[in-house]
Write a protein that binds this ligand. Structure first.
Ligand code: ADP
Ligand code: MG
Length: 730
């Protein structure tokens, strides 16, 4: 070890890698490991008087409001439960438009006047909080001096305890609004969109006479999260990872993911210990985890929860990202959620599995065995097809960010063109609807594996399509284009709203076409006609082929599907009058609320690129350039020293000239990028276009110039840990 920070980081990382963390345990009982720290309905039933518990149930099903007296009783029960578990503080936990979570802790204790303390949580403090809103992004909704903001308890999402070795905090999920009630967060619009889709879905159920006992319909969400683990020591030796969560420089090592040997491979011990700890913590927080596995790129992994009601799933998704980050440190890792931390290998997404379910537990997107007889399923299916076709551009805009732009369309993730994959069975079904009355459901049959000892497998009625941005998966849709850093709240707010709009359209058509005296046959035929019209108008969005090909991009253009390649191309959709009218009609976002979001997305895009360009220039100038100059000097000294003693050093002249030339290119690239920094003083939308047209290319050139040098400069001198270490030490 020569004492420089890079070598020390690598040595320390190797020590971590060699230390086995597998304690060979397994003797503890599962229920001891997974002690749940959540104040959910079950706890409320145990601890609340019957009448108060009933009012909570009423509020949850959207049928009532809490009284102050009830709130006081609930607060006391919640406080008692929390202090039994060592809690000292509570916080309203919310999701401002930064896309992260926010908390401000208050003590549960107050002095009792006799030298001791009493514990207190009033109904008022449970229901309403007032954090200072001035420093959260509001996208122009509020001026900085207009600081008041309120948090409001979301009864539907269970409170939970976050603990560390010397603290335990009660977190109460809340919505966050401004002084005049405008949504300053991601939860409020999501809850409103859940109301909208419930109202419209129930109209459809009514038309089918299947609304009995149903008081609400909610969307469900299971969000698969991909992430990278990087050794903590190496991470801190890379200023680009520290400030941007992605490498701005780095040439590819000879071996990365070409052999596909990481995907679903056996999980390294240190990583598995980390995953087990994450799952234990999540389970204590009431977040049910279903799967874990290695992903495609070396160092890339995935965790998937069990699906839940979207609102709770979104809270849990935020908790999951936080837990991945906080637990990683204990195992000497940093968890990276960025969509593209490493150029040249796969990036990370968040597959948003979405469906609709009644509060009686019926999945409305489950076709069941005889789908062709299931007209109600076909109606919900058509609503999704229509919604995605009408709002393909909005869906694209919804998932756009500087970081997701590296991924969409990069031949590993879905393209920026939004389309729907239905699979053979459903494609056949919509063909039949289009022609008239469906009479068959394609079956997958059985698979004979040809060996007597192997069982016959039941085959699904359609294959999967990993290239599609919006794919039907048996009983749900998977929106695969969502970025791994994204909060799920916003994409699901949009999906709920656009589907609510289509359900509204279909319900109105059906209500108009079906007369009260209609026979069953007439009713069905009227509904089929409505669906037929929808398929005719909107089937252009359905594409079952390979979404990665050039031919699809051409075909999509012919079909009139939008191809918004970058965030600056996509953002103007939020300013579309029709989009604003839809959000307003379904009471999800007012026009100013929508505009504020557009402003925040643009600002975030520009700020993120601002940080990246600044960081790039700084690393290039203060780390890479000095190392390259030193190498150039070393070669020159070597030539001179050889020639001084009469030894021919001709073979060193070529490398010297090459390095000198590449340093010149690097210098030019630094200057070029520096000259483009004017975008930082432009208005956000204008700046985003300028970035797309000029800055991104200059960043690419600077990276190339540096990566070219990395391939020739003495490894000892190179100041940053390289990809081969970052991707393989685990
Ligand atoms: P994949 O094979 O697509 O990678 P995973 O098992 O990793 O699938 O994840 C599938 C996700 O879909 C899980 O989070 C699962 O709970 C979720 N899911 C299953 N059914 C539904 C549903 N009805 N609504 C929403 N999400 C669902
Ligand atoms: Mg998966």
């Amino acid at each position: 070890m020569n004492g420089d920070p890079k070598s020390e980081a690598i040595a320390a990382s190797n020590r971590w890698q060699n230390a086995s963390l597998d304690t060979g345990g397994g003797h503890t009982r599962v229920d001891e490991i997974f002690a749940i720290d959540v104040f959910d309905l079950k706890k409320m039933r145990q601890r609340l008087p019957k009448s108060v518990y009933r009012s909570v149930e009423d509020v949850m099903s959207g049928g009532g409001k809490l009284t102050h007296a009830d709130a006081d009783v609930i607060a006391t029960a919640m406080k008692d439960w929390a202090i039994e578990r060592g809690v000292t503080h509570f916080t309203h936990w919310f999701q401002p438009m930064t896309g992260l979570t926010a908390e401000k802790h208050d003590s549960l204790t107050i002095p009792d006047g006799e030298g001791g303390v009493v514990y207190r949580l009033s109904g008022n403090s449970l229901i309403q909080g007032e954090p200072d809103a001035s420093s959260f992004p509001s996208g122009g909704l509020r001026a900085t001096f207009e600081a008041r903001g309120y948090t409001a308890w979301d009864v539907t999402s269970p409170a939970f305890i976050i603990r560390g070795s010397n603290y335990a905090t009660l977190c109460i999920p809340t919505a966050f609004v401004s002084w005049n009630g405008e949504a300053l967060d991601k939860k409020t619009p999501l809850l409103r969109s859940m109301d909208a889709i419930s109202t419209q879905a129930i109209r459809i159920l009514k038309a089918f006479g299947s609304d009995e006992g149903v008081t609400s319909v909610g969307s469900t969400l299971g969000a698969e999260q991909e992430y990278f683990l990087v050794d903590r020591n190496l991470y801190y030796a890379r200023p680009d990872l520290v400030s941007c969560d992605r490498t701005l420089f780095g040439s590819m090592p000879p071996k990365h993911q070409q052999l596909d040997d990481h995907y679903f491979g056996s999980i390294p011990t240190r990583v598995l210990s980390f995953m087990a700890e994450v799952e234990r913590e999540l389970s204590c927080l009431g977040v049910p985890v279903q799967t874990r596995h290695n992903e495609v790129a070396p160092g890339q992994y995935e965790i998937a929860p069990l699906f839940e009601t979207t609102n709770i799933a979104c809270d849990h998704q935020a908790i999951m990202m936080q837990t991945l980050k906080s637990v990683a440190g204990r195992f000497g890792f940093v968890a990276i959620m960025h969509e593209k931390p490493f150029a040249g290998v796969n990036g990370s997404g968040k597959h948003n599995n979405w469906s609709l379910s009644t509060d009686t537990g019926v999945n409305l997107l489950d076709p069941q065995d005889e789908a062709h007889n299931n007209l109600q399923f076909m109606t919900f299916l058509c609503a999704v097809i229509r919604a995605v076709h009408k709002h393909a551009d909005l869906l694209r805009a919804t998932i756009s960010s500087a970081s997701n732009d590296h991924r969409l369309g990069a031949n590993e993730a879905p393209p920026a063109i939004i389309s729907i994959f239905l699979g053979d069975m459903l494609e056949d079904l919509i063909d039949q609807i289009e022609k008239g009355s469906p009479s068959r459901t394609l079956k997958g049959g059985n698979l004979d594996l040809g060996a007597r000892s192997l069982p016959a497998l039941k085959r699904d009625s359609g294959d999967r399509n990993r290239t599609s941005p919006f794919a039907f998966i048996g009983n749900r849709f998977e929106f695969r284009a969502v970025g791994s850093t994204a909060s799920c709240s916003w994409p699901n707010t949009v999906i709920n709203t656009i589907v609510a709009e289509s359900l509204d359209f279909i319900a109105t058509e059906i209500e108009g076409a079906v007369k009260e005296r209609s026979t069953e046959k007439q009713r069905e035929s009227a509904i089929r006609k409505v669906l037929q019209g929808i398929i005719k108008d909107h089937r252009a969005i359905v594409f079952n082929g390979d979404n990665y090909t050039e031919e699809w991009a051409e075909e999509a253009e012919k079909r009139g599907l939008p191809n918004l390649r970058t965030t600056p191309d996509a953002l103007p959709v939020f300013k579309d009058r029709k989009v604003a009218a839809m959000f307003k009609k379904f009471k999800v976002l007012s026009k100013p609320e929508l505009e504020s979001r557009a402003e925040i997305f643009a600002e975030k895009y520009v700020t993120q690129i601002g940080i990246e360009t600044h960081q790039m220039i700084s690393i290039a100038r203060t780390m890479i350039l000095p190392a390259c100059i030193e190498y150039q000097h070393r070669l020159a000294r070597s030539i001179k020293a050889s020639e001084d003693v009469g030894v021919d050093a001709k073979s060193l002249r070529e490398p010297l000239e090459l390095v000198a030339q590449r340093i010149h290119t690097l210098n030019l690239a630094i200057e070029q990028l520096k000259n483009l920094l004017e975008f930082r003083s432009m208005e956000s939308f204008e700046a985003s276009i300028f970035i797309r047209d000029h800055v991104l290319g200059a960043m690419e050139s600077l990276r190339e110039a540096s990566d070219d040098l990395e391939r020739v400069v003495d490894h000892d001198l190179w100041p940053l840990p390289g990809y081969s270490q970052l991707l393989t030490i685990r």
